[in-house]
Structure formats: structure tokens, C-alpha cells
Design a binder for this molecule. Structure first.
Ligand SMILES: [Zn+2]
Length: 417
């Protein structure tokens, strides 16, 4: 029977009677090391080095009767202060932790009610570290990086995550929306006055606005408490906070903010785009047979590989391929809400590359990174934004990549919301 020994902090994930010692464990027939380790309660995301009989092995190692396994914890890679910090996806039970991480400026999506399969896919496509107290989610094969959060109280969870990932040098407090995770930007009273309680409008001078949900923040009565929390987490004094952190702004100061109207909202203006920002597009889109046939014939493309299944069966892939211009159209469409929904004009695609075939029944997902933003020289008050968009299939394989530029108005030139 294979013999296991779990080292260092992996030990605490085991049943109490298995801790602190080597033990024999009967696993299922043809089980891999991953199967057995996870059956013992340790998600693969927790595992770093694995030794079998003293030799380095992978989690796919097929267990043999006399194997002796030494399982060591994964080391978290720690960003330097100049590097972008990691991004997180917190499971639905860690809402308090997600808000705390956002308070400190860390990009943290909060998983709502969705199956593990979709959460794993989201984390994979968006390169997020999954934070969870649900071991089943962390065992999902598509979750590449994750942490089983040991602590139970929110403040302890926050300290655990900051410590484990070495994030204290990367905090940018009060730069991200606590509710929706989008970045905040400074604004003035005139822009938000219609959404402020009268007393706040009269007394406060500094406001920040969420670039996602448009929530307005100002230094309020909660400020002191949150400020104290931030200070207690910083190794340095308040004065030594990173220079790019704006003047401390705090979340909604009233415990029960007044009901607010949400007028229709359409897309982003030039000022909302920051080079390096990344947008995940959601939901995905499954391509069905009629999409492919209709699109191909509608656009007068005569290649039978897109609409003749019998003939396609004799060709290299053995089945019809999705028309690549349909893939381009769908992935572009998926990106519009977060990128060009408010554009004046689409300026073009460049560097379109088809990196893997798409078949009928595949589901497309996409994300975009802002790669350039500059003011237009010939059109005052407008700017040109370029994004690099990647479409992947349901297995996470990139199938298309392209760069796209669009012309969009600047808020500072009078374009309103
Ligand atoms: Zn928001």
C-alpha cells in the first residue's frame, strides 16, 4: 500500500489522526498521486514538490503498491513592489475577504452562485488565483493556482492572504470599488452632485467615482475605522503609503445610503481606459451548426468545409470547421460591452491570428487587454484606444487573437455620462 507523508503546513489539511506522521493509504485502482492526495483532503493547488521514493514526480504519477510519497506545500510567488500584484477570485463564502482585498487595491472578483466548472474556467481565462474554503473547487483540474484559506474570521483571512502572497508592498488602498471591484477615479462635486445626500454635497470636497458601477465614495464616518485597518496592515506609517494612492477616500459614509436611480449606462469613455487593464468578457457563446452554415452562405463563402459535413469528414479534421470570420465576429462582439460600446468609430483590426481550429459545438470565451490609448491629433476631445483581444475555446486553448482600435470621446471634453 502506498505510504504518504505531508510536510509543513499541508499537515493541517489532513484528518487529525493522520497528521505529523507517515501513514499507509489504500487508494483506488489506477489512481494518480493527484487523486490520492486530494482524496486525503489536500487540493492539488496546495501541493508544490512531490517526491516518490525520493525522486521528483508529477501529480499524474500512477501509484504503485510500494511507493513512498513525500508531499511538500506550494510556494507562493511573491511580487516585487514594481510588479503587478496577483489577481484573485474569491468564492462566494469569502465576500468579506474580497471586500477587504479590494479596500487595499487588489483586483478581486467575487464568485456568485455558479458551478465549480464555470468558476474554474473564469479563473483560468482571467489568470486569477482562486481563494476558497471549498476544497472541491480547488480540486478542479482547471484551477491552476489557488489557496485553501485556513482562517475563519475576515481579518485573519486577510492577514493570511497578505502574508502568504507577500503583498504588503503592493497595497494601493482606496483605489478600487468595494462593491464591484472596478478601479476608482477622482471626480469633482459637479459630476456627482445629483447622487449625493444634501449634507454630503454641502460638506465634502473630495470624491471618487467607480468606473464600473458609478458608485460615489467620499471620506465619511467609516473612514477612521477603515483607515485604522489599513494602517494596521501596513508595515509603514500612513505617510509612507504608496504615492499613487489617492488622498484617502472612504466608502459610502452613511450606513444606509439613500436609494439611487440607475440610468441606462452605455460603455466607457476615453478617460476610463488604462493601458495594461484587462477585461474578462462574459458570458461565453457556443457556436452551433446553423450559425456556421448561415454565416458562411450569407457571406458568399463557398468553401464546403463550413457547410458540407459529409465532405468535411474526408478532410484533415474529419468534421466541419467554423468559419474564422464568424469566430472573429463573435469574439469581437463579446468584447464590445467592456471596450467599444461607446466608440464613435471602429478603426480596424490588426494582427489577426487564428491559433487553433474551432468546431461546431465549441464555446468561445474572451478577454481583452488595453495596449494603447492616445489623444487624437486631428480630433480634439477624442482619443484612440487599442486593445488586444484573445478568444479561447472551452478548454482554455486560444483560438484567435487580434488587436483592435477604436475612436472614443474624452469625458474631459464634455462627453457626459
Ligand atoms: Zn463599483
Amino acid at each position: 500500500m502506498p505510504r504518504f507523508r505531508f510536510h509543513d503546513q499541508l499537515d493541517e489539511l489532513l484528518r487529525p489522526d493522520l497528521r505529523g506522521r507517515a501513514f499507509d493509504w489504500r487508494s483506488a485502482e489506477n489512481a494518480t498521486a493527484k487523486h490520492a492526495i486530494e482524496a486525503l483532503g489536500v487540493p492539488h493547488t496546495e501541493v508544490g514538490r512531490l517526491l516518490v521514493d525520493g525522486r521528483v514526480a508529477g501529480l499524474g504519477h500512477l501509484l504503485r503498491e510500494a511507493d513512498e510519497l513525500d508531499v511538500f506545500p506550494a510556494d507562493a510567488s511573491r511580487p516585487t513592489p514594481d510588479e503587478p500584484p496577483p489577481r484573485f477570485l474569491a468564492d462566494a463564502h469569502l465576500g468579506g475577504l474580497a471586500r477587504r482585498l479590494r479596500l487595499l487595491g487588489f483586483d478581486t472578483e467575487l464568485a456568485r452562485d455558479a458551478p465549480d466548472r464555470l468558476l474554474a474556467l473564469l479563473a483560468d481565462v482571467d489568470e486569477r488565483i482562486v481563494l476558497s474554503r471549498d476544497r472541491e473547487l480547488l480540486k478542479h483540474r482547471r484551477v491552476a493556482r489557488g489557496r485553501y484559506v485556513r482562517a475563519r474570521s475576515t481579518d485573519e483571512q486577510l492577514r493570511e492572504v497578505l502574508g502568504h502572497y507577500g503583498l504588503r508592498g503592493n497595497m494601493r488602498p482606496f483605489t478600487r470599488c468595494l462593491e464591484c471591484n472596478a478601479p476608482l477615479r477622482r471626480t469633482d462635486r459637479a459630476e456627482v452632485s445629483d447622487r449625493l445626500p444634501p449634507r454630503v454635497a454641502a460638506e465634502q470636497r473630495e470624491f471618487t467615482l467607480c468606473t464600473g458601477c458609478r458608485r460615489v465614495y467620499w471620506p465619511g464616518s467609516h473612514w477612521q475605522r477603515l483607515r485604522s485597518l489599513v494602517d494596521s496592515l501596513c508595515d509603514t506609517s500612513r505617510d509612507a503609503l504608496p504615492a499613487q494612492a489617492p488622498t484617502p477616500q472612504s466608502p459610502m459614509s452613511t450606513p444606509d445610503p439613500p436609494a439611487r436611480d440607475h440610468p441606462p449606462q452605455l460603455g466607457r469613455l476615453y478617460d476610463d481606459f488604462v493601458v495594461g487593464d484587462r477585461y474578462a468578457h462574459w458570458p461565453g457563446r457556443t457556436v452551433i451548426e446553423s450559425d456556421n452554415s448561415w454565416f458562411t452562405l450569407l457571406t458568399m463563402n463557398t468553401h464546403p468545409l463550413h457547410f458540407d459535413a459529409a465532405w468535411s469528414a474526408t478532410q484533415e479534421f474529419g468534421k466541419p470547421l467554423v468559419n474564422s470570420l464568424l469566430t472573429l465576429a463573435i469574439v469581437t462582439g463579446m468584447s464590445v460591452r467592456e471596450t467599444s460600446q461607446r466608440a464613435i468609430a471602429n478603426l480596424g483590426w490588426e494582427q489577426v491570428r487564428l491559433t487553433a481550429p474551432v468546431f461546431v459545438g465549441d464555446t468561445l470565451y474572451a478577454h481583452s487587454v488595453v495596449i494603447a490609448a492616445r489623444r487624437s491629433r486631428s480630433r480634439p476631445g477624442q482619443g484612440i484606444v487599442s486593445v488586444r483581444t484573445t478568444g479561447t475555446n472551452q478548454h482554455g486553448t486560444p483560438v484567435i487573437e487580434f488587436e483592435r482600435s477604436f475612436l472614443v470621446a474624452c469625458r474631459s471634453a464634455g462627453a457626459g455620462d
